[in-house]
Ligand binder design. Structure first.
Ligand code: SF4
Ligand code: MG
Length: 327
């Protein structure tokens, strides 16, 4: 059976005066119902762009130039804006970093929830209000019967993000795309929001794509993780494997850069240099200028994802390792 979400060789381009910039190239992954896939990487790696392509909100002139995105087996990469209105909100919910961008300050949270519910579900306004209160309760908002009639500014940052989650869940979507949903929040609130997302995914079978640059959040929340670099997935696999036994030199560097409590700082590994710009992408493996294991082959030929036990990574070292095993 097909996975709930399938992203298959996705390419996203931005036409410019100097030619096309390839912002996402050959991005493939899937997410099962009830599963949380973390998407991690430095800013500019293509994490948010991947999320935007999935919810049909690529900023023009950015466009899907190849590959497919399928939700429950149906293509969603080629929908018109009219078709998107039945998908976005209804079948895919979105949560962004800043709750204020998702909420209208002029309406009560109840009015906004009811509006979303009656747009997508066959419920009366009165039934939708009951559901709105229920959603606020489910997302951990105390006294939801009273809070439902309040305005966004009457909520704290953490409570507002819960309202955004309630709004994203309002029409029972099968998939939630959450882009840095906790980055603007205090650490203690972050943990609560993350626990809430996890609980909802498990209880309701919602699939979640969680975009973050925070490895702690990934470790706490995700089942699998995809690591992006320069517009491509360079490693993907079960979270424990990727965090503790990463196969790609870039992931190894990322993991080495996380301070581990109780360990001395000299364990910290820094990756020298910075990610290449889209208009100055190196030949071969995009990571080669920063990789201390790069060979001449790496500078010429671009690796595709190769299996390495439970994970897959785009690195020639894996092919060499496989060849050694076979020899
Ligand atoms: Fe480093 Fe080569 Fe692997 Fe790229 S393919 S990450 S340059 S070893
Ligand atoms: Mg981003």
């Amino acid at each position: 059976m097909a996975a709930l979400l399938e992203v298959d060789r996705l390419r996203v381009e931005f036409p410019t005066r100097h030619g096309k910039l390839l912002a996402l190239d050959d991005v493939s992954f899937h997410i099962e119902a009830g599963e949380i896939l973390g998407v991690v990487g430095e800013s500019g790696a293509g994490k948010s762009l991947t999320g935007a392509a999935i919810i049909g909100l690529l900023e023009p002139p950015g466009r899907v130039a190849g590959g497919e995105i399928r939700l429950e087996g149906e293509r969603i990469d080629n929908l018109t804006e009219a078709q998107w209105r039945h998908v976005r909100g209804r079948r895919i919910g979105a949560i962004f970093q800043d709750p204020l961008t998702s909420l209208n300050p002029l309406y009560t949270v109840g009015q906004q929830l009811v509006e979303t519910i009656v747009t997508h579900l066959p419920l009366s306004a009165a039934e939708a209000r009951v559901r709105a209160v229920d959603l606020l309760r489910k997302t951990g908002i105390p006294a939801p019967e009273a809070r439902v009639d309040q305005y966004p500014h009457q909520f704290s940052g953490g409570m507002r993000q819960r309202v955004v989650i309630a709004l994203a869940l309002a029409a029972e979507p099968r998939l939630i795309v959450a882009d840095e949903p906790t980055t603007a929040l205090d650490v203690s609130i972050q943990a609560q929001i993350i626990a809430l997302l996890r609980q909802l995914a498990k209880e309701q079978g919602t699939a979640v794509m969680l975009v973050t640059h925070d490895m702690g959040v990934i470790a706490e929340t995700c089942d699998r993780v995809a690591v992006m670099y320069a517009g491509r997935v360079v490693e993907i696999g079960p979270v424990q494997q990727v965090l503790h036994a990463p196969a790609h030199p870039y992931t190894q560097g990322l993991m080495g850069a996380i301070p581990v409590m109780g360990e001395s700082r000299d364990r910290l590994l820094q990756i020298d240099g910075s990610m290449p710009r889209l208009n100055a992408m190196p030949e071969g493996c995009a990571f080669h200028p920063r990789c201390d294991r790069a060979t001449e082959h790496c500078r010429q030929a671009r690796p595709t994802l190769l299996r390495a036990g439970p994970t897959s990574a785009a690195c020639w070292l894996l092919r060499d390792a496989q060849a050694e095993v076979a020899a």
